[in-house]
Write a protein that binds this ligand. Structure first.
Ligand code: MN
Length: 313
């Protein structure tokens, strides 16, 4: 029997947190493969996740920063990755671990394993939609709390099902989970969004809050997203935000950085580019304009920003 660590990506969002928390609960409930499972995270909890877990009386996941090499003669640590699979977005020292499983809804990018593993990858709106499906597969009914935590992440990850990443399956699962604890999914999702202290975000927080590193044409490109219900405050901070983007890029040793200031209500993103952003200009078909470029309908970093940039380069 091993203790398996279950965690989402760096700079965790609500989906990274809740997929790890609820999946590890499920695997413990069914004593999957006779192991125990510990939910972990690779960074501080987003405000909405902290509040949801506290209200539900569920312990926060354990913060880890690296996987150490196994001691002489000991088995390497087993891990399950949720909401990501690319080593660049994962824990430091991932190469010291055995990847026992992946539950994800992103593109696959660059890991190999020595042994067969569990992979559940579906292009649905959130990793928590897949975790909800796994309850069904393993014959377990989620508790009210589990339904609530899963639904919260489905709503934040799909921007209340408005993102083009949301599928009919997500809508059906959301309706079912909502029914289970008596809420309208969209209304509940809005409440979750409003627990974010967006009015007090600094420029550095807008940049670093939700950002991922991609390898594009041999260069390192950071793509970040700041979601808000009112973009006007952020638009008044553009020079500061640009400075924070340059600082973040330098700190991470990236070549370029893209930031999407996404307005959930107006359903679009103001896109800012810094550094070597040629690949992003090409992929998105936009110029590097000082105040940024408004891209109507752009809500999904994955599908409408990262994918076209990766495809064009
Ligand atoms: Mn996700």
């Amino acid at each position: 029997m091993s203790n398996v660590l279950v965690f989402g990506h760096q700079n965790p969002d609500n989906d990274a947190i809740m997929s790890a928390v609820v999946l590890s609960q499920l695997l413990n409930q069914v004593e999957y493969q006779g192991n125990t499972y510990t939910a972990c995270c690779l960074g501080p909890l987003p405000a909405e996740s902290a509040k949801l877990l506290e209200d539900a009386g569920v312990p926060a996941p354990t913060l880890i920063d690296a996987i150490e090499p196994a001691a002489e003669g000991a088995e390497p640590r087993q891990v399950v990755l949720t909401d990501h699979n690319e080593p660049g977005q994962s824990v430091a020292g991932l190469e010291n671990a055995v990847i026992a499983g992946v539950v994800d809804h992103h593109r696959f990018g660059g890991f190999t394993t020595a042994a067969p593993l569990h992979i559940v990858a579906l292009p649905w709106g959130s990793s928590c939609s897949i975790v909800a499906k796994l309850f069904e597969v393993l014959g377990v009914e989620p508790t009210g709390t589990q339904a609530k935590l899963l639904l919260s992440a489905m709503m934040t990850d799909t921007l209340m099902l408005k993102s083009p990443t949301a599928t009919a399956v997500d809508a059906a699962i959301a309706a079912k989970l909502g029914e289970q604890f008596g809420v309208d999914p969209v209304k509940f999702g809005m409440e979750v969004f409003l627990t974010r202290p967006s009015g007090s975000f600094t420029a550095a927080e807008m940049v670093g809050n939700d950002i991922k590193m991609f390898e594009v044409a041999g260069k390192k490109l950071l793509i970040g997203q700041y979601e808000t219900v009112d973009k006007s405050r952020a638009l008044g901070m553009i020079p500061e935000i640009r400075e924070a983007m340059r600082a973040y890029q330098a700190e991470k040793g990236a070549d370029g950085i893209v930031l999407c200031l996404t307005d959930i209500m107006e359903e679009g993103s103001q896109v800012l580019l810094e550094g070597d952003a040629e690949a992003a200009q090409k992929g998105l078909g936009i110029e590097d304009v000082a105040e940024g470029v408004w891209m109507p309908g752009v809500l999904s970093r994955k599908k409408q920003v990262a994918a076209p940039i990766l495809a064009a380069n």
